[in-house]
Design a protein around this ligand. Structure first.
Ligand SMILES: [Zn+2]
Ligand SMILES: [Zn+2]
Length: 460
């Protein structure tokens, strides 16, 4: 499936496959050296985040850039800079290996919080985001112990604290402090001179301190102006502890165990379209993948590619995609069988579909002819509408020439008693087109583009 993303930096929209997007989000959150099970955790986390957002799964899309599912604007849908992230083989494999799994609670995708290191225990959600989220409970994590955080200590001067927190801190005036364990037992005379004190438990005379610290006078005071803030762990502590997950993986636990450990009471389920998001529910569609074995010719490319095989492949993929969005789908052939035109038309007329889509390739003596075209019967307005949309989607996706929509008197167009479209996907007699048709990835893309066209046609 292709996702429409708005590239905020360059102010352009583009589409990216679901798998690639999951890969980028996952890669963004882990190190190159992360364990493969950690990579799988993040593939599932990324897929879950997408399932929450994409409209087809019941999400709202990007509220800021209408028409797009996601954007890269800083602080909005996706991490800024995410599009430049490389997807390593490990991540690609993690995306594949986790199938279609997402993390759900009560049947809905969760908001999968994660952080770098919890420091011993994760947090309850109410302590961080203010409300109780059942799957974000405190769990003890002994897995991230002993990992040193860089920059865990930070100094702040009073001035810095004032600036960063936008507060005014009153400076103490001539106040002597007993600071337990540091400055204690001050003996001060009535002139305000320090006669003696204990520092770190050791007795010093005021004059001794003056000499050793190079002070101008024994009349001194001290005040806290610089603080060392010492951090345990890294991040807000909600949900999955990345450092802990990595250690669990190293100890042999798999990504499922890790996710179940950090997210309380969740399930790992297949990402599914919800009923209300099955836009083609109630539609009946017949798909006809031409076998390429007509009475007078055999559909073969110049490189020997068989038209029948290509069409069967695409039609089977398309069948899955359309069923996924709720359509009732019938095929005129689902195997190598060869049916003649009237048999195929009969199948269509029996199920009384809303649409009949026939798929084949163009064959032409001149090898230079290439591209995709579609045919409809006379004033079949619906076929014209669907044809234009599908041509648009397919030609964009396969980067081929759009040869447009044409009327024709073909047998199938005439004899099938519903709106009927014949899509001539590429020229099998053109070397470049044949190469595309032979590529399984391209066939998949073609099926996706056609499915998108059908969904768009029905107004979704
Ligand atoms: Zn957005
Ligand atoms: Zn931890």
């Amino acid at each position: 499936m292709q996702i429409d993303v708005y590239d905020w930096e360059n102010s352009v929209g583009f589409s990216q496959s679901m798998e690639e997007l999951i890969g980028r989000i996952a890669a963004f959150n882990i190190k190159e050296t992360s364990h493969e099970e950690t990579a799988k955790c993040f593939a599932v986390i990324a897929r879950t985040e997408l399932a929450r957002r994409l409209r087809i799964y019941g999400g709202g899309g990007c509220e800021k850039h209408s028409g797009y599912e996601l954007c890269t604007e800083p602080g909005h849908c996706l991490e800024f800079g995410l599009l430049k992230i490389n997807i390593s083989d490990r991540v690609t494999k993690a995306v594949e290996d986790t199938g279609n799994l997402i993390i759900t609670f009560d049947g809905k995708p969760i908001k999968p919080y994660y952080h770098y290191r919890c420091g011993g225990a994760t947090e309850n959600s109410e302590n961080v985001v203010g409300n109780r989220i059942t799957y974000l409970r405190k769990v003890f994590c002994q897995y991230c112990d002993g990992v040193d955080d860089k920059d865990k200590d930070k100094f702040f001067s009073l001035e810095e604290l004032e600036r960063l927190l936008n507060v005014k801190i009153e400076r103490p005036k001539d106040v002597y402090y007993d600071i337990k364990g540091i400055f204690q037992n001050l003996d001060i005379d009535d002139q305000g001179r320090i006669k003696s004190l204990n520092i770190g438990g050791k007795f010093f005379k005021g004059t001794e301190i003056m000499e050793r610290l190079g002070l101008n006078s024994t009349r001194f005071n001290y005040m806290p102006v610089r603080f060392l803030i010492n951090c345990i762990g890294s991040g807000h502590g909600l949900g999955l502890c990345i450092t802990g997950a990595e250690e669990m993986a190293r100890r042999g636990m798999d990504y499922k165990e890790i996710l179940y450990y950090y997210y309380t009471g969740i399930k790992l389920e297949e990402m599914k379209l919800t009923e209300k998001n099955k836009p083609l529910k109630g539609k009946i569609i017949v798909l006809d993948g031409a076998s390429g074995e007509g009475d007078s010719y055999e559909g073969k490319g110049i490189g020997g590619l068989r038209e029948g095989e290509v069409n069967l492949n695409i039609v089977l993929e398309l069948e899955n995609l359309l069923k996924e969005v709720g359509a009732e789908v019938y095929l005129t052939r689902s195997g190598q069988e060869h049916l003649n035109l009237s048999e195929r038309a009969e199948i269509a007329n029996e199920v009384k579909p809303d649409f009949f889509i026939s798929l084949c390739q163009s064959i032409f003596p001149n090898q230079s002819a290439s591209g995709t075209e579609a045919y409809h019967y006379r004033e079949d307005k619906e076929a014209m509408k669907l044809g234009n949309i599908i041509l648009d989607e397919v030609c964009k996706e396969l980067n081929c020439r759009n040869r447009g929509l044409r009327t024709a008197d073909f047998y199938m167009l005439k004899e099938v008693k519903c709106s009927t479209l014949q899509l001539n996907l590429l020229y099998i007699t053109n070397p470049e087109d044949e190469k595309k048709l032979a590529n399984p990835e391209m066939r998949k893309k073609a099926a996706e583009a056609i499915a998108r066209g059908v969904i768009r046609y029905y107004g979704i």
